[in-house]
Design a protein around this ligand. Structure first.
Ligand code: PHE
Ligand code: NA
Length: 454
Protein backbone atom coordinates (compact mmCIF):
# COMPACT_ATOMS: atom_id res chain seq x y z
CA UNK A 1 0.00 0.00 0.00
CA UNK A 2 1.44 3.35 -0.91
CA UNK A 3 1.39 6.05 1.73
CA UNK A 4 -1.00 8.19 -0.20
CA UNK A 5 -3.70 5.57 -0.17
CA UNK A 6 -4.00 5.94 3.59
CA UNK A 7 -6.84 8.13 4.68
CA UNK A 8 -6.93 11.05 7.08
CA UNK A 9 -7.97 10.76 10.75
CA UNK A 10 -10.44 13.57 10.12
CA UNK A 11 -12.34 11.47 7.59
CA UNK A 12 -12.56 11.52 3.86
CA UNK A 13 -14.87 13.06 1.26
CA UNK A 14 -17.68 10.71 0.35
CA UNK A 15 -17.27 11.27 -3.38
CA UNK A 16 -15.43 13.26 -5.98
CA UNK A 17 -18.35 15.70 -5.99
CA UNK A 18 -18.11 16.26 -2.26
CA UNK A 19 -14.56 17.51 -2.71
CA UNK A 20 -15.32 19.65 -5.75
CA UNK A 21 -18.30 21.25 -4.07
CA UNK A 22 -16.49 21.89 -0.81
CA UNK A 23 -13.46 23.32 -2.59
CA UNK A 24 -15.71 25.44 -4.80
CA UNK A 25 -17.53 26.56 -1.66
CA UNK A 26 -14.16 27.58 -0.26
CA UNK A 27 -13.11 29.40 -3.39
CA UNK A 28 -16.33 31.23 -4.22
CA UNK A 29 -17.10 33.85 -1.62
CA UNK A 30 -16.49 37.44 -0.63
CA UNK A 31 -13.29 37.33 -2.66
CA UNK A 32 -15.29 37.18 -5.89
CA UNK A 33 -18.21 39.42 -5.08
CA UNK A 34 -16.88 41.89 -2.53
CA UNK A 35 -13.11 42.07 -3.03
CA UNK A 36 -12.66 41.55 -6.77
CA UNK A 37 -14.88 44.49 -7.86
CA UNK A 38 -13.54 46.83 -5.21
CA UNK A 39 -9.86 46.25 -6.02
CA UNK A 40 -10.60 46.42 -9.76
CA UNK A 41 -12.34 49.75 -9.15
CA UNK A 42 -9.50 50.99 -7.01
CA UNK A 43 -6.68 49.95 -9.35
CA UNK A 44 -8.27 51.07 -12.58
CA UNK A 45 -10.00 48.28 -14.46
CA UNK A 46 -8.91 46.31 -17.51
CA UNK A 47 -5.12 46.25 -17.12
CA UNK A 48 -5.53 45.08 -13.54
CA UNK A 49 -8.02 42.40 -14.65
CA UNK A 50 -5.64 41.12 -17.32
CA UNK A 51 -2.78 40.80 -14.85
CA UNK A 52 -5.17 39.06 -12.47
CA UNK A 53 -6.29 36.56 -15.15
CA UNK A 54 -2.68 35.88 -16.09
CA UNK A 55 -1.93 35.17 -12.43
CA UNK A 56 -4.89 32.77 -12.18
CA UNK A 57 -3.73 30.69 -15.13
CA UNK A 58 0.06 30.80 -14.78
CA UNK A 59 0.40 30.93 -10.98
CA UNK A 60 -2.91 30.11 -9.30
CA UNK A 61 -3.84 26.94 -11.16
CA UNK A 62 -0.41 25.26 -10.90
CA UNK A 63 -0.17 26.22 -7.21
CA UNK A 64 -3.65 24.85 -6.59
CA UNK A 65 -2.62 21.54 -8.13
CA UNK A 66 0.55 21.58 -6.00
CA UNK A 67 -1.30 22.47 -2.79
CA UNK A 68 -3.86 19.67 -3.20
CA UNK A 69 -1.02 17.31 -4.07
CA UNK A 70 0.82 18.17 -0.85
CA UNK A 71 -2.35 17.78 1.20
CA UNK A 72 -3.22 14.43 -0.28
CA UNK A 73 0.32 13.15 0.12
CA UNK A 74 0.57 14.26 3.74
CA UNK A 75 -2.94 13.31 4.82
CA UNK A 76 -2.74 15.54 7.91
CA UNK A 77 -3.32 19.13 8.93
CA UNK A 78 -1.05 21.45 6.91
CA UNK A 79 1.31 21.94 9.86
CA UNK A 80 1.87 18.21 10.28
CA UNK A 81 1.91 17.56 6.56
CA UNK A 82 4.80 20.01 6.32
CA UNK A 83 6.57 18.03 9.06
CA UNK A 84 5.95 14.61 7.58
CA UNK A 85 6.68 15.29 3.91
CA UNK A 86 10.12 16.92 4.36
CA UNK A 87 11.10 14.03 6.63
CA UNK A 88 9.89 11.53 4.03
CA UNK A 89 12.02 13.13 1.31
CA UNK A 90 15.04 13.89 3.48
CA UNK A 91 14.48 17.64 3.20
CA UNK A 92 15.04 20.28 5.86
CA UNK A 93 12.56 20.64 8.71
CA UNK A 94 12.62 24.37 7.94
CA UNK A 95 9.75 23.61 5.50
CA UNK A 96 7.54 23.53 8.58
CA UNK A 97 7.49 27.30 8.32
CA UNK A 98 5.03 26.87 5.47
CA UNK A 99 2.45 25.27 7.76
CA UNK A 100 2.83 27.92 10.44
CA UNK A 101 2.83 30.78 7.96
CA UNK A 102 -0.50 29.47 6.70
CA UNK A 103 -2.00 29.30 10.17
CA UNK A 104 -0.99 32.90 10.94
CA UNK A 105 -2.27 34.08 7.54
CA UNK A 106 -5.49 32.17 8.22
CA UNK A 107 -6.09 34.05 11.47
CA UNK A 108 -5.56 37.39 9.75
CA UNK A 109 -7.78 36.52 6.80
CA UNK A 110 -10.52 35.07 8.97
CA UNK A 111 -10.56 38.13 11.22
CA UNK A 112 -11.51 40.61 8.50
CA UNK A 113 -13.42 38.03 6.45
CA UNK A 114 -15.82 37.59 9.35
CA UNK A 115 -16.31 41.34 9.69
CA UNK A 116 -17.26 41.64 6.01
CA UNK A 117 -19.37 38.46 6.27
CA UNK A 118 -21.15 40.33 9.07
CA UNK A 119 -21.89 43.24 6.72
CA UNK A 120 -23.48 40.79 4.34
CA UNK A 121 -25.67 39.38 7.13
CA UNK A 122 -26.65 42.91 8.13
CA UNK A 123 -27.78 43.66 4.59
CA UNK A 124 -30.37 40.85 4.69
CA UNK A 125 -32.73 42.66 7.10
CA UNK A 126 -31.69 46.09 5.73
CA UNK A 127 -32.89 45.03 2.28
CA UNK A 128 -35.91 43.05 3.43
CA UNK A 129 -37.21 46.07 5.35
CA UNK A 130 -37.48 47.98 2.06
CA UNK A 131 -34.89 50.61 3.00
CA UNK A 132 -33.44 50.66 -0.49
CA UNK A 133 -36.63 50.53 -2.54
CA UNK A 134 -36.49 53.51 -4.87
CA UNK A 135 -33.82 55.14 -2.67
CA UNK A 136 -31.40 57.77 -3.95
CA UNK A 137 -27.68 56.99 -3.98
CA UNK A 138 -27.13 59.28 -0.98
CA UNK A 139 -29.59 57.27 1.10
CA UNK A 140 -28.00 53.97 0.12
CA UNK A 141 -24.54 55.32 0.91
CA UNK A 142 -25.85 56.63 4.21
CA UNK A 143 -26.82 53.12 5.25
CA UNK A 144 -23.35 51.79 4.67
CA UNK A 145 -21.74 54.75 6.43
CA UNK A 146 -24.05 54.42 9.43
CA UNK A 147 -23.25 50.73 9.76
CA UNK A 148 -19.51 51.47 9.66
CA UNK A 149 -19.91 54.24 12.21
CA UNK A 150 -21.44 51.89 14.77
CA UNK A 151 -18.89 49.59 16.42
CA UNK A 152 -21.59 47.79 18.41
CA UNK A 153 -23.65 46.91 15.35
CA UNK A 154 -20.54 45.74 13.54
CA UNK A 155 -19.53 43.69 16.55
CA UNK A 156 -22.93 42.04 16.72
CA UNK A 157 -22.86 40.97 13.06
CA UNK A 158 -19.20 39.92 13.22
CA UNK A 159 -19.96 37.80 16.29
CA UNK A 160 -22.95 36.18 14.59
CA UNK A 161 -20.94 35.39 11.47
CA UNK A 162 -18.07 33.86 13.45
CA UNK A 163 -20.47 31.84 15.60
CA UNK A 164 -22.23 30.42 12.53
CA UNK A 165 -18.86 29.48 11.02
CA UNK A 166 -17.72 27.76 14.21
CA UNK A 167 -21.03 25.91 14.44
CA UNK A 168 -20.52 24.36 11.00
CA UNK A 169 -16.86 23.54 11.63
CA UNK A 170 -17.71 21.73 14.88
CA UNK A 171 -20.02 19.40 13.03
CA UNK A 172 -17.22 18.51 10.59
CA UNK A 173 -16.89 20.17 7.24
CA UNK A 174 -18.42 17.44 5.12
CA UNK A 175 -21.74 17.49 6.96
CA UNK A 176 -24.48 18.90 4.80
CA UNK A 177 -22.01 21.12 2.99
CA UNK A 178 -22.22 19.17 -0.23
CA UNK A 179 -25.97 19.48 -0.62
CA UNK A 180 -26.03 23.11 0.43
CA UNK A 181 -23.34 24.15 -2.04
CA UNK A 182 -24.96 22.15 -4.83
CA UNK A 183 -28.30 23.92 -4.36
CA UNK A 184 -27.41 27.42 -3.19
CA UNK A 185 -24.41 28.26 -5.40
CA UNK A 186 -26.43 28.01 -8.62
CA UNK A 187 -29.10 30.28 -7.10
CA UNK A 188 -26.45 32.88 -6.21
CA UNK A 189 -25.15 32.62 -9.76
CA UNK A 190 -28.66 33.10 -11.12
CA UNK A 191 -29.17 36.24 -9.01
CA UNK A 192 -25.91 37.68 -10.30
CA UNK A 193 -27.17 37.04 -13.82
CA UNK A 194 -30.40 38.86 -12.98
CA UNK A 195 -28.28 41.81 -11.94
CA UNK A 196 -26.25 41.60 -15.16
CA UNK A 197 -29.52 41.59 -17.11
CA UNK A 198 -30.67 44.66 -15.22
CA UNK A 199 -27.34 46.39 -15.91
CA UNK A 200 -27.69 45.64 -19.63
CA UNK A 201 -31.06 47.37 -19.75
CA UNK A 202 -30.77 50.15 -17.21
CA UNK A 203 -27.04 50.53 -16.53
CA UNK A 204 -24.11 51.75 -18.59
CA UNK A 205 -23.21 48.31 -19.90
CA UNK A 206 -21.03 49.55 -22.77
CA UNK A 207 -19.09 51.72 -20.36
CA UNK A 208 -18.61 48.76 -18.03
CA UNK A 209 -17.28 46.58 -20.87
CA UNK A 210 -14.83 49.28 -21.82
CA UNK A 211 -13.73 49.74 -18.21
CA UNK A 212 -13.23 45.99 -17.76
CA UNK A 213 -11.71 45.06 -21.11
CA UNK A 214 -9.83 48.01 -22.64
CA UNK A 215 -6.52 48.00 -20.82
CA UNK A 216 -4.27 50.98 -20.16
CA UNK A 217 -1.04 49.41 -19.01
CA UNK A 218 0.61 52.78 -18.52
CA UNK A 219 -1.48 53.36 -15.43
CA UNK A 220 -0.48 50.07 -13.78
CA UNK A 221 1.68 50.58 -10.68
CA UNK A 222 3.95 48.02 -9.07
CA UNK A 223 1.55 47.88 -6.18
CA UNK A 224 -1.40 47.18 -8.51
CA UNK A 225 0.42 44.14 -9.90
CA UNK A 226 1.13 42.87 -6.39
CA UNK A 227 -2.52 43.34 -5.40
CA UNK A 228 -3.70 41.55 -8.56
CA UNK A 229 -1.44 38.61 -7.77
CA UNK A 230 -2.56 38.56 -4.14
CA UNK A 231 -6.19 38.61 -5.27
CA UNK A 232 -5.55 35.55 -7.45
CA UNK A 233 -4.30 33.65 -4.38
CA UNK A 234 -7.07 34.96 -2.16
CA UNK A 235 -9.89 34.15 -4.53
CA UNK A 236 -8.65 30.60 -5.16
CA UNK A 237 -8.15 30.03 -1.40
CA UNK A 238 -4.44 29.33 -1.92
CA UNK A 239 -1.36 29.73 0.21
CA UNK A 240 -2.76 29.32 3.70
CA UNK A 241 -3.46 25.60 3.83
CA UNK A 242 -7.24 25.66 3.33
CA UNK A 243 -7.05 23.77 0.06
CA UNK A 244 -4.23 21.63 1.44
CA UNK A 245 -6.49 20.56 4.31
CA UNK A 246 -9.37 19.81 1.95
CA UNK A 247 -6.96 17.94 -0.32
CA UNK A 248 -5.90 15.76 2.61
CA UNK A 249 -9.44 14.39 2.78
CA UNK A 250 -9.47 13.56 -0.93
CA UNK A 251 -9.27 9.93 -1.88
CA UNK A 252 -6.37 9.04 -4.16
CA UNK A 253 -8.82 7.70 -6.75
CA UNK A 254 -9.67 11.19 -8.02
CA UNK A 255 -7.82 13.42 -10.43
CA UNK A 256 -6.21 16.52 -8.98
CA UNK A 257 -5.56 18.51 -12.17
CA UNK A 258 -9.06 18.09 -13.61
CA UNK A 259 -10.75 19.07 -10.37
CA UNK A 260 -8.44 22.05 -9.91
CA UNK A 261 -9.23 23.39 -13.38
CA UNK A 262 -12.95 23.11 -12.69
CA UNK A 263 -12.70 24.95 -9.38
CA UNK A 264 -10.50 27.73 -10.78
CA UNK A 265 -12.77 28.07 -13.81
CA UNK A 266 -15.94 28.37 -11.74
CA UNK A 267 -14.30 30.89 -9.43
CA UNK A 268 -13.07 33.07 -12.29
CA UNK A 269 -16.45 32.97 -14.01
CA UNK A 270 -18.21 34.17 -10.87
CA UNK A 271 -15.76 37.03 -10.33
CA UNK A 272 -16.19 38.23 -13.91
CA UNK A 273 -19.99 37.98 -13.70
CA UNK A 274 -19.88 39.94 -10.44
CA UNK A 275 -17.93 42.64 -12.26
CA UNK A 276 -20.47 42.71 -15.09
CA UNK A 277 -23.25 43.00 -12.52
CA UNK A 278 -21.66 45.84 -10.59
CA UNK A 279 -19.81 48.19 -12.96
CA UNK A 280 -22.78 49.15 -15.21
CA UNK A 281 -24.65 50.35 -12.11
CA UNK A 282 -21.68 52.24 -10.67
CA UNK A 283 -21.27 54.11 -13.94
CA UNK A 284 -24.91 54.98 -14.50
CA UNK A 285 -25.51 56.02 -10.90
CA UNK A 286 -22.33 58.08 -10.76
CA UNK A 287 -21.04 56.18 -7.72
CA UNK A 288 -17.39 56.48 -6.74
CA UNK A 289 -15.43 53.67 -8.40
CA UNK A 290 -12.62 54.01 -5.87
CA UNK A 291 -14.66 54.07 -2.70
CA UNK A 292 -13.07 50.84 -1.46
CA UNK A 293 -14.63 48.04 0.60
CA UNK A 294 -18.16 49.52 0.58
CA UNK A 295 -18.38 49.49 -3.23
CA UNK A 296 -20.38 46.30 -3.70
CA UNK A 297 -22.74 46.82 -0.80
CA UNK A 298 -23.63 50.32 -1.88
CA UNK A 299 -23.87 49.54 -5.60
CA UNK A 300 -25.92 46.39 -5.36
CA UNK A 301 -28.35 47.67 -2.77
CA UNK A 302 -28.89 50.73 -4.98
CA UNK A 303 -29.41 48.48 -8.03
CA UNK A 304 -31.85 46.18 -6.23
CA UNK A 305 -33.69 49.25 -4.97
CA UNK A 306 -34.26 50.43 -8.55
CA UNK A 307 -35.28 47.20 -10.24
CA UNK A 308 -38.67 45.46 -10.27
CA UNK A 309 -38.75 42.59 -7.78
CA UNK A 310 -35.63 44.02 -6.18
CA UNK A 311 -36.85 43.56 -2.63
CA UNK A 312 -37.07 39.82 -3.06
CA UNK A 313 -33.99 39.46 -5.27
CA UNK A 314 -31.92 41.72 -3.04
CA UNK A 315 -32.85 39.97 0.18
CA UNK A 316 -32.16 36.57 -1.37
CA UNK A 317 -28.88 37.84 -2.78
CA UNK A 318 -27.43 39.00 0.54
CA UNK A 319 -28.61 35.81 2.20
CA UNK A 320 -26.81 33.72 -0.41
CA UNK A 321 -23.73 35.94 -0.30
CA UNK A 322 -23.59 35.34 3.47
CA UNK A 323 -23.87 31.64 2.81
CA UNK A 324 -21.08 31.74 0.20
CA UNK A 325 -18.95 33.62 2.74
CA UNK A 326 -19.64 30.94 5.36
CA UNK A 327 -18.53 28.09 3.11
CA UNK A 328 -15.25 29.99 2.60
CA UNK A 329 -14.78 30.92 6.25
CA UNK A 330 -15.08 27.31 7.39
CA UNK A 331 -12.22 26.35 5.09
CA UNK A 332 -10.05 29.13 6.54
CA UNK A 333 -10.73 27.77 10.02
CA UNK A 334 -10.00 24.15 9.11
CA UNK A 335 -6.15 24.05 9.13
CA UNK A 336 -5.68 25.38 12.67
CA UNK A 337 -8.61 23.35 13.99
CA UNK A 338 -7.35 20.13 12.42
CA UNK A 339 -3.91 20.78 13.91
CA UNK A 340 -5.25 21.19 17.47
CA UNK A 341 -7.29 17.99 17.14
CA UNK A 342 -4.44 16.02 15.62
CA UNK A 343 -1.41 17.10 17.60
CA UNK A 344 -2.78 18.42 20.84
CA UNK A 345 -5.50 15.80 21.21
CA UNK A 346 -8.20 18.47 21.61
CA UNK A 347 -11.80 17.66 20.97
CA UNK A 348 -13.20 19.31 17.87
CA UNK A 349 -15.58 21.70 19.69
CA UNK A 350 -12.82 23.04 21.95
CA UNK A 351 -10.41 23.41 19.04
CA UNK A 352 -13.00 25.23 16.95
CA UNK A 353 -14.03 27.56 19.77
CA UNK A 354 -10.41 28.50 20.40
CA UNK A 355 -9.61 29.22 16.75
CA UNK A 356 -12.86 31.14 16.25
CA UNK A 357 -12.37 33.09 19.48
CA UNK A 358 -8.85 34.16 18.55
CA UNK A 359 -9.84 35.26 15.04
CA UNK A 360 -12.93 37.00 16.46
CA UNK A 361 -10.67 38.99 18.77
CA UNK A 362 -8.38 40.13 15.96
CA UNK A 363 -11.52 41.00 13.95
CA UNK A 364 -12.44 43.60 16.56
CA UNK A 365 -9.40 45.56 15.40
CA UNK A 366 -10.72 45.36 11.84
CA UNK A 367 -14.17 46.66 12.68
CA UNK A 368 -12.80 49.45 14.87
CA UNK A 369 -10.72 50.74 11.99
CA UNK A 370 -13.93 52.11 10.41
CA UNK A 371 -14.80 54.23 13.41
CA UNK A 372 -12.99 54.51 16.77
CA UNK A 373 -9.54 53.67 15.34
CA UNK A 374 -10.08 55.38 11.98
CA UNK A 375 -7.32 57.89 12.71
CA UNK A 376 -4.62 55.31 13.48
CA UNK A 377 -2.51 54.37 10.50
CA UNK A 378 0.74 52.60 9.80
CA UNK A 379 2.33 53.12 6.34
CA UNK A 380 -0.88 54.98 5.48
CA UNK A 381 -3.02 51.93 6.20
CA UNK A 382 -5.55 51.43 8.98
CA UNK A 383 -5.74 48.16 10.95
CA UNK A 384 -8.08 46.38 8.56
CA UNK A 385 -6.18 47.55 5.48
CA UNK A 386 -2.95 46.45 7.09
CA UNK A 387 -4.19 42.94 7.94
CA UNK A 388 -5.76 42.61 4.50
CA UNK A 389 -2.62 43.76 2.70
CA UNK A 390 -0.20 41.75 4.80
CA UNK A 391 -2.20 38.54 4.49
CA UNK A 392 -3.52 38.62 0.91
CA UNK A 393 -0.73 40.48 -0.88
CA UNK A 394 2.29 39.19 1.04
CA UNK A 395 1.64 36.04 3.07
CA UNK A 396 -0.54 34.12 0.59
CA UNK A 397 1.89 34.61 -2.34
CA UNK A 398 4.76 33.70 -0.02
CA UNK A 399 2.93 30.52 1.01
CA UNK A 400 2.27 29.79 -2.68
CA UNK A 401 5.95 30.29 -3.48
CA UNK A 402 6.96 27.72 -0.86
CA UNK A 403 4.27 25.27 -2.01
CA UNK A 404 5.49 25.53 -5.62
CA UNK A 405 9.13 25.08 -4.63
CA UNK A 406 8.34 22.08 -2.46
CA UNK A 407 6.17 20.35 -5.07
CA UNK A 408 8.58 21.16 -7.89
CA UNK A 409 11.97 20.59 -6.33
CA UNK A 410 11.60 18.48 -3.18
CA UNK A 411 8.95 15.96 -4.16
CA UNK A 412 10.47 13.31 -6.38
CA UNK A 413 9.33 13.63 -9.97
CA UNK A 414 8.31 10.01 -10.17
CA UNK A 415 5.98 10.53 -7.24
CA UNK A 416 4.30 13.74 -8.41
CA UNK A 417 3.95 12.39 -11.92
CA UNK A 418 2.18 9.27 -10.71
CA UNK A 419 -0.02 11.11 -8.20
CA UNK A 420 -1.13 13.79 -10.61
CA UNK A 421 -1.80 11.26 -13.37
CA UNK A 422 -2.16 13.83 -16.15
CA UNK A 423 -3.78 12.35 -19.24
CA UNK A 424 -0.85 13.58 -21.29
CA UNK A 425 2.85 13.66 -20.37
CA UNK A 426 3.14 17.13 -21.88
CA UNK A 427 0.71 18.58 -19.38
CA UNK A 428 2.79 17.18 -16.54
CA UNK A 429 5.94 18.71 -18.00
CA UNK A 430 4.18 22.05 -18.36
CA UNK A 431 3.00 21.92 -14.74
CA UNK A 432 6.51 21.05 -13.57
CA UNK A 433 7.97 23.91 -15.58
CA UNK A 434 5.46 26.29 -14.03
CA UNK A 435 5.98 25.27 -10.40
CA UNK A 436 9.74 24.96 -10.74
CA UNK A 437 10.51 28.18 -12.58
CA UNK A 438 7.62 30.37 -13.67
CA UNK A 439 5.75 30.62 -10.35
CA UNK A 440 8.80 31.26 -8.12
CA UNK A 441 10.38 33.74 -10.51
CA UNK A 442 7.10 35.59 -11.07
CA UNK A 443 6.40 35.94 -7.35
CA UNK A 444 9.92 37.12 -6.54
CA UNK A 445 9.88 39.61 -9.44
CA UNK A 446 6.50 41.04 -8.39
CA UNK A 447 7.69 41.40 -4.78
CA UNK A 448 10.91 43.09 -5.87
CA UNK A 449 9.10 45.34 -8.35
CA UNK A 450 6.77 46.58 -5.60
CA UNK A 451 9.70 47.47 -3.38
CA UNK A 452 11.41 49.34 -6.20
CA UNK A 453 8.35 51.05 -7.77
CA UNK A 454 5.75 51.38 -5.04
N1 PHE B 1 -11.39 32.18 -1.64
C1 PHE B 1 -12.23 32.81 -0.68
C2 PHE B 1 -13.04 33.90 -1.36
O1 PHE B 1 -12.81 34.23 -2.48
C3 PHE B 1 -11.47 33.36 0.49
C4 PHE B 1 -10.44 32.43 1.06
C5 PHE B 1 -9.12 32.82 1.13
C6 PHE B 1 -10.78 31.14 1.52
C7 PHE B 1 -8.14 31.98 1.62
C8 PHE B 1 -9.81 30.29 2.01
C9 PHE B 1 -8.49 30.70 2.05
O2 PHE B 1 -13.91 34.46 -0.78
NA1 NA C 1 -12.95 33.26 -4.71
Amino acid sequence: MSLSSQSSIHGEWGSRWAFILAATGSAVGLGNIWRFPYVVGEYGGAAFILVYLGCIVLIGLPVMIAEILLGRSGRQSPINTMRTLPARYGASQAWQILGWLGVVAGFLVLSFYSVVGGWSLAYVPFTAAGNFSGAETAVVEGFFDDLQASPWQLLGWHTLFMALTAFIVVRGVEHGLEKAVRVLMPVLFFLLLVMVGYGMGAGDFAGALEFMFTPDFGALSGEAILVAMGQAFFTLSLGLGAIMAYGSYLSSKYSIPGNSAMIAGADTLIAMIAGLAIFPIILVAGLDMQQGPGLVFVTLSYGFGQMPGGLLFGTAFFLLLSFAALTSAISIMEPATAYLVESRGWRRPAATATVAGAAWFVGIGALLSFNVWAGYELFGLNFMQLTEYLSTSIMLPLGGLLIALFAGWVMPRAFSEKELAFSDQRWYRLWLLLVRYVVPVAIVVVFANTLLNP
